[in-house]
Structures are given as structure tokens and as C-alpha cells.
Design a protein around this ligand. Structure first.
Ligand code: CMC
Length: 428
């Protein structure tokens, strides 16, 4: 990356440092601070409010304008016209597939959905009532123990095989966590179904009955998958990149991403948002609940975002999907949805939220759709992890493919004790 523009940093000791200004294809300019360390200087930016941790060609977000593009394609167009596997191909390879590439890719993923039979034994080690995300972290991480034939991360072919395996097998493992949790037998994948149908089949079918996926619900889940597929350098993706920067294998890296996603400030927000709606219980309690938010007693889950200071474009698509699903299921008078609408209206007209630019994010509505589809609340974040797996693996692959990548190693502002001498226990 060459730069002709320069910013000058002048220190109070008279030193002056020239910093190249880098411009991306879209988005704000970025100051190149890489040479500061050679001068013994570090930047201090906890929580990365002002730090670009890498360069990437995968996803672009304009938080002020409320824009989200995957490889340049607006999320609204992909959600309406594409399907999840095509989006996966796009994220992983940079371009939309040709018809032949698409057919080959579908065939490949469809024929890798089964997991090694021995993997099923891992589940017995967990309590039945374990949170499915706890099981996901363990079992997805355990995949590294099964695929020694493709763990050379410096071999592009091995990286591609691992990416395909993750994409194909994570839904199977996700559905297994649910079946284990409710005490039903695991359902093997069925190749006559497409990716999303197959996941619903593995989640909801039992050996006792025929399962026919409802196309409106399949489409809704497909949208949820597309909307969650990638989101540039969020907490879990940055975790995957940092873990991967040490040379760790992709299965271990994705397991680290699942762990980071679990928290309620990130992927756990969809579960927390639905629980919040249930806790509010009735439209008549909305004002009182919002007052509690303003008094800082708790946060409004599914609201606010580090990057979006405008409506999250994913939330707009999700709200529309919500209408479609509730109509299909004849749940238009759904209490939770009414409550969500009232909460949104109340918050968006309140100065607390207006001044802080807090808008609904994707998790505000996805919980209602997932609930309507029949996905239990404790599986919401698992669905997010399933969909984000392609984003994690695409970002990891991009990083490893860059010959100049190095291990990530932040520095710190040390505020602890200065050097002091050890005091023997009798003298303390
Ligand atoms: N409810 C009430 N107040 C909020 C909220 C909220 N959801 N979000 C932010 N604020 C307030 C916050 O208290 C602070 O107020 P003040 O200036 O008085 O101290 C101000 O807005 C700025 O917030 P912040 O905490 O500095 O913002 P952040 O960028 O560090 O946090 C966030 C972003 C997403 C963690 C936060 O908005 C939040 O906790 N939201 C609820 C959880 C949630 O919905 N997370 C899902 C994010 S989207 C899906 C994903 O990518 O994972």
C-alpha cells in the first residue's frame, strides 16, 4: 500500500513524526502507525475505537449511512436475490460463482455434511442441560482432532478443504447439540435437501415422522444466515484472526470465535433480546422498562452498535422477514412482535436513544423470527455461530494467504507497581 499523503505528529518534546495516510477503496482514511514502535512509541486504544487491525477485501460497513456490503454487493440485494451457499462462495472466493462453479460448490458442501461417527461420542461427555454454545465450542474445536490430512495452513488447498468442511459440518454439529439437549436421537443429513432445509430437517425431524420443510420458514432462516454471514472485524472475527495469526489450525480458530460470540454484548444478544421481551411481558410495561434503561439499570438488548450510528441495514431486512413469517404462521397478533414494535417506537422517539444514536440492530428482530420458526431460545446464538462460520473462515483464509502476515501482539500502557523487592512472608 503506497501513500502520497502524510500527517505530521508533533510531540511536546519537539520531536516530529510523519505518518503516511492510507486510503481504502471505501471508508475513512487510516493513519499508518506501523513505524511508531521503532521510535519506542505505542498508541493507546483499548476496545479498538480508533484502530484498523488489518486490511481486508471482504466486507464493508458504513455505520453512519447504515450500509453493509459483502465483496461490494449490498446486503439488501443479497438477502433478496441470493441464497446462503452462493453468499458463502462469494465471501470465500471474492466473486459470485458461475453456474458451473455454483453447481460444483453445492455438490461439494452437500457431500461433506456428515461428521465422523466418533464425533458423536463427544456429546456424551456433556450434561444434557449444558448450554448448546458450550457444547459447540468443545465439539467444533474437537474437529481439529479428526482432519490431520488438511491441517497445513500454508497450503492453500488444505485451507480450502478445511473451509468446506467447516461450512458443511457446523450445521450438523449445531443440530446435534439441540437433539442432545432435548434427548432426541441425532438425525443424519439428507442430500435431497438444500443447505437450509437440511439444517431444519436435522433440527426438527424425528425417526417417527416425515418432515416437510415450510418454504416460507426456510427462506426466513436463509435470510438470517445471509445477514449474519460476515461483519468485518467484530469481536469474534478479530478473535479468530488473532488465534489464527499464531498458526493455530482453522477448527481451533473457529472454536475461539464461537467462544467470543457467546457473550451478550455480541452474538448472545439475540437470546438476551428475546428474554428481555418476555420479561417486559406486556406493551403497558414498555415505558417503565425504557425508564430503567435510561437510569442505567440495564441495557436495551438488540439496540446499539459500535459501528452503526444509524439503522442497522440487517435489522430492516429482519423486520420485513418478521412480518412475512408471522403472516405465514397466522401469528400477526403475536404479542412479542407487538411488544418489539412498541419498544422500538418508544426508544426511537426518546432523546436518550436519539442523542446516543442507538438504533435496533439485527438481533432485535431475529429472535422473534427464530422463535416463530420453532428454534428454542438457547439455540439462537448457535444459529448466529453457524452462519458466521463462513465469515470467520474467509477472514482467516484472507489473513493466512497474505505472505506478510505476522502474529498479532498488542502492547499495553502499564499502570502497575514499579520494581520492588520481594518481602519474606514473616515480614509482611
Ligand atoms: N441500551 C442502553 N444504552 C446503551 C445501549 C443499549 N443497548 N448501547 C449503548 N448504550 C449507551 C451506553 O450506556 C453509553 O451511554 P453513555 O454515553 O451515557 O455512557 C452510550 O450508549 C455509548 O455506548 P457504548 O457502550 O460506549 O457503545 P459500545 O460501542 O461500546 O457498545 C454494544 C456497543 C453493541 C456492545 C452496545 O450498544 C450494547 O451493549 N448493546 C446491547 C447488546 C446488543 O444488542 N449487542 C448486539 C450487537 S449487533 C450483533 C453483533 O454484531 O454481535
Amino acid at each position: 500500500m503506497e501513500s502520497k499523503r502524510i500527517a505530521t505528529l508533533t510531540m511536546d518534546d519537539g520531536r516530529s513524526i510523519e505518518l503516511p495516510i492510507l486510503s481504502g477503496t471505501l471508508g475513512p482514511d487510516v493513519l499508518d502507525l506501523r513505524n511508531l514502535a521503532k521510535l519506542g512509541l505505542f498508541t493507546y486504544d483499548p476496545a479498538f475505537f480508533s484502530t484498523a487491525s488489518c486490511s481486508s477485501k471482504i466486507t464493508f460497513i458504513d455505520g453512519d449511512a447504515g450500509l453493509l456490503y459483502y465483496r461490494g454487493y449490498p446486503i439488501e440485494q443479497l438477502a433478496e436475490k441470493s441464497d446462503f451457499l452462493e453468499v458463502c462462495y462469494l465471501l470465500l472466493n471474492g466473486e459470485l460463482p458461475t453456474p458451473t462453479q455454483q453447481a460444483e460448490f453445492r455438490e461439494l458442501i452437500t457431500h461433506h455434511t456428515m461428521v465422523h461417527d466418533q464425533l458423536a461420542r463427544f456429546f456424551n461427555g456433556f450434561r444434557r442441560d449444558a448450554h448448546p454454545m458450550a457444547v459447540m465450542v468443545g465439539v467444533v474445536g474437537a474437529l481439529s482432532a479428526f482432519y490431520h490430512d488438511s491441517l497445513d495452513i500454508n497450503n492453500p488447498e488444505h485451507r480450502e478443504i478445511s473451509a468446506h468442511r467447516l461450512l458443511a459440518k457446523v450445521p450438523t454439529i449445531a443440530a446435534m447439540t439441540h437433539k442432545y439437549n432435548i434427548g432426541e436421537p441425532f438425525v443424519y443429513p439428507k442430500n435431497k435437501f438444500n443447505y437450509v432445509e437440511n439444517f431444519m430437517y436435522m433440527m426438527f425431524a424425528t425417526p417417527a415422522e416425515e418432515y416437510v420443510p415450510n418454504p416460507v420458514l426456510v427462506r426466513a432462516l436463509e435470510r438470517i444466515f445471509i445477514l449474519h454471514a460476515d461483519h468485518e472485524q467484530n469481536a469474534s472475527t478479530s478473535t479468530v484472526r488473532l488465534a489464527g495469526s499464531s498458526g493455530a489450525n482453522p477448527f481451533a480458530c473457529v472454536a475461539s470465535g464461537i467462544a467470543a460470540l457467546w457473550g451478550p454484548a455480541h452474538g448472545g444478544a439475540n437470546e438476551a433480546a428475546l428474554k428481555m421481551l418476555e420479561e417486559i411481558g406486556d406493551v403497558s410495561h414498555v415505558k417503565e422498562y425504557v425508564q430503567g434503561v435510561k437510569d442505567k439499570k440495564y441495557k436495551l438488548m438488540g439496540f446499539g452498535h459500535r459501528v452503526y450510528k444509524n439503522m442497522d441495514p440487517r435489522a430492516s431486512v429482519m423486520r420485513q422477514t418478521c412480518y412475512e413469517v408471522l403472516k405465514e404462521l397466522k401469528l400477526e397478533n403475536n404479542k412479542l412482535f407487538e411488544l418489539a414494535m412498541e419498544l422500538e417506537k418508544t426508544a426511537l422517539s426518546d432523546p436518550y436513544f436519539i442523542e446516543r444514536k442507538l438504533y435496533p440492530n439485527v438481533d432485535f428482530y431475529s429472535g422473534i423470527v427464530l422463535r416463530a420458526i420453532g428454534i428454542p431460545t438457547n439455540m439462537f446464538t448457535v444459529i448466529f455461530a453457524l452462519a458466521r462460520t463462513i465469515g470467520w473462515v474467509s477472514q482467516w483464509n484472507e489473513m493466512i494467504a497474505d505472505a506478510d502476515h505476522k502474529i498479532g501482539r498488542p502492547r499495553q500502557l502499564y499502570l502497575g507497581e514499579k520494581k520492588r523487592d520481594y518481602v519474606p512472608i514473616k515480614k509482611r
